[in-house]
Every structure is written in C-alpha cells, then in structure tokens.
Design a protein around this ligand. Structure first.
Ligand code: ADP
Ligand code: MG
Length: 280
C-alpha cells in the first residue's frame, strides 16, 4: 500500500528531485543461506521496490533486524541477491562500483593516517585519479563537510562528530552520484546528531546527488527525507511510503510544526503501534 501524506507543491525555489528513475530497486528479494545444515535459509528482504530521482533524498526506516542494512548492501553491490534487479543511472548493479559510495555508522578510520590521508585513501586505492586531481578532490570534500583546518589532525584528535564528517568526506571524494548511508549518526550524542543532520541537509542542497539513508530514528527520517519508506519486520517489505512536503532548504523550525508532528505520529503508529496507543 502506498499512501502519500501530502505531495510537495511549493512554489519558488522549489527542491527538485532530479531525473526520475535514477535509482531503481525492482522486486528485490534476498535470502541468506542456512549457516548450519539444521537451519532454514533466511528471507530478509522480500519483494522490495524503490524508485528515487537523481536528487532525491530517500530514507528507509524500519525495526532492528528487518533487513535495512542488507538492502543497502545490495544497492552498494556488496551483497548479491536472488531475485529482482537494481539500477543506478540506468546501469544494473552487479558489484561495487563508482556510482555509489557508502557511509557506515562507524567511521573505521585508519588511526595512523591524518584526516586528509584518510579522505584520500579510497581514492588512491582506486588508482583512477592523478595526484593533482586527488589533492583537489580531497580539498573539496574536506571543505564540503566543514573540516577545513583539520586536515592534519589524526582521528583520535577529533570528536566523534568530526570523525563521521571524515567518513562522509571519504564517500564524497569519489564523487558518487548516489550516497548510501547506514545509520551514520546512530552512535552520536543527541546534540551532535542534530548538528550533523542540519549540515547533511545543507550539504545535499549544494551537491547534485541522490541519497539512500537508513535510520530507525523517526524524527531524523522526517527532517531529512523527501520520501520515507517504512519497512516491516523481517522479512523486510515496504509497508508504506510517505512524501515529506517541507520545502528546502530546511531549518529546525519545521520540527516545531504540526505537520511535522503529524508525520512523526503516523510513523510511530506504524513502527510501535502498541506504545503509541498507550501514550494516547
Ligand atoms: P537491519 O539493518 O534492519 O537491522 P540486517 O540487514 O542487518 O537488518 O539483518 C537482517 C537479518 O539478516 C537479521 O536477522 C540478521 O541476523 C540477518 N543477517 C544479516 N547478515 C547476515 C549474513 N551475512 N548471513 C546470515 N544472516 C544475516
Ligand atoms: Mg542495520
């Protein structure tokens, strides 16, 4: 069932979702084989279909263990799948490529490399860019995430929020057309998390990219998304689709509106039906 809360029809300075059908996930299913002979194979992603425009910010929300990370991993080309297909920019995903870059919850930076070296690392491994170009792209990515001035710091010398900026810069530096984020702010304290959300939102206003962002934080989903897909408990299916109508650029002020609270409430009802009813 696909329900739209409201379609965004703002006028002037309107956010465009870009070219439709940029990312397509078509009837995707993923089964993990049995680990031991006594086990059953595990269906984790069940017939999932998603479409995103080339500038659209899509958030997937669902309970723990429902298959969100598996779905993202399939899109990244890191996990194979049994049924269905995925295309990015019209090209089928058959393995890890340069179209998409992933940001995980834990930055896993190389501790003996500086911020700048960590950002450059993946790009160097790919061996596709010349030295000057690497330096320029690293400089640009570091600027985009607000880390200018910290290039020569080591990971242990910067805060958790800043480590996650480095992580994001590592993804941006390969200039992917799609950025995949798997609960990237899940381990941050509440205030840092809000700052990172604000900056990510502003960042996507400046770059011409699509995003697939996974979270189990309802308010984070509503604040960031153009579109929210709600996944069911395992096997993960898309239960509902919400279009988030707030124009961009967004500010924290939207989180104070009745409209924001209504979407939050609907999501809460879907994700924790009992708790929400008890709370009235
Ligand atoms: P989520 O990110 O929504 O919490 P995951 O995609 O990580 O969920 O996992 C979904 C289910 O698949 C879980 O039950 C998990 O134990 C199982 N799972 C994840 N990875 C593997 C794997 N490599 N082999 C077998 N089962 C897995
Ligand atoms: Mg996960």
């Amino acid at each position: 069932m696909h329900v739209q809360v409201q379609t965004g029809t703002g006028t002037g300075g309107e956010h465009t979702k870009g070219t439709p059908g940029f990312l397509t996930i078509d009837h995707l299913s993923k089964i993990y084989p049995a680990r031991r002979s006594a086990d059953e194979p595990l269906l984790v992603v069940d017939d999932v279909t998603v479409e995103a425009g080339s500038r659209e910010f899509v958030v997937i929300i669902g309970p723990s263990g429902c298959g969100k990370s598996t779905l993202l991993s399939c899109v990244a080309g890191l996990t194979d799948f049994e049924r269905g297909s995925i295309t990015i920019g019209g090209r089928p995903v058959t393995g890890p490529g340069t179209e998409a870059a992933v940001v995980f919850q834990h930055a896993s930076l190389l501790p003996w490399r500086t911020v700048e070296q960590n950002v450059a690392y993946g790009l160097k491994l790919r061996r596709t860019a010349a030295k000057d170009e690497i330096a320029e792209r690293v400089h640009k990515a570091i600027g985009l995430v607000g880390l200018t001035g910290f290039e020569h710091h080591y990971p242990h010398e910067v805060s958790g929020g800043m480590q996650q900026r480095v992580n994001l810069a590592r993804a941006l530096v390969v200039e992917p057309s799609l950025i995949l984020m798997d609960e990237p702010f899940g381990a941050l304290d509440a205030l840092t998390k809000e700052t990172m959300q604000d900056e990510l939102s502003a960042l996507f206003g400046r770059i011409d990219r699509a995003a697939l962002f996974i979270t189990h934080d309802i308010r984070e989903a509503v604040y960031l998304a153009d579109k929210i897909l709600v996944m069911s408990a395992r096997p993960g299916r898309i239960e509902r689709e919400f279009t988030v109508p707030f124009p961009r650029p967004r500010t924290r002020a939207i989180t104070e509106t009745l409209e924001f609270e209504q979407i939050v409430r609907e999501l809460r009802l879907l994700l924790h039906p009992k708790k929400t009813q008890q709370a009235g």
